[in-house]
Write a protein that binds this ligand. Structure first.
Ligand code: ZN
Ligand code: ZN
Length: 69
C-alpha cells in the first residue's frame, strides 16, 4: 500500500507532458485548462491566483471564460 505515496500512481493519471503551461512554458502532468487552449500549471496558478481566482472558480486571462476549479 506504499506504492501510492512514492509514485502517486492512479489509473486516471494522464500521460506526463500532455499539458504545457503557457505561463512557465514547461510541460506539466497537470494544468488548469480552458477550451480556448489556455493552460496553466498549479505552481503558476498559485502565483497568479490573486488575479485569476475567486473561490471555486477562476477566469481565463485569454478569453475571460469563468472556469470551475
Ligand atoms: Zn507554469
Ligand atoms: Zn480561455
Amino acid at each position: 500500500m506504499s506504492e501510492i505515496e512514492g509514485k502517486k500512481k492512479s489509473y486516471r493519471q494522464r500521460k506526463i507532458g500532455e499539458y504545457r503551461c503557457q505561463c512557465c512554458k514547461q510541460k506539466q502532468e497537470f494544468c488548469w485548462s480552458c477550451p480556448c487552449g489556455f493552460q496553466i500549471c498549479k505552481e503558476c496558478f498559485e502565483e497568479n491566483k490573486w488575479g485569476m481566482s475567486n473561490g471555486p472558480t477562476w477566469i481565463c486571462p485569454d478569453c475571460e471564460r469563468i472556469r470551475m476549479m
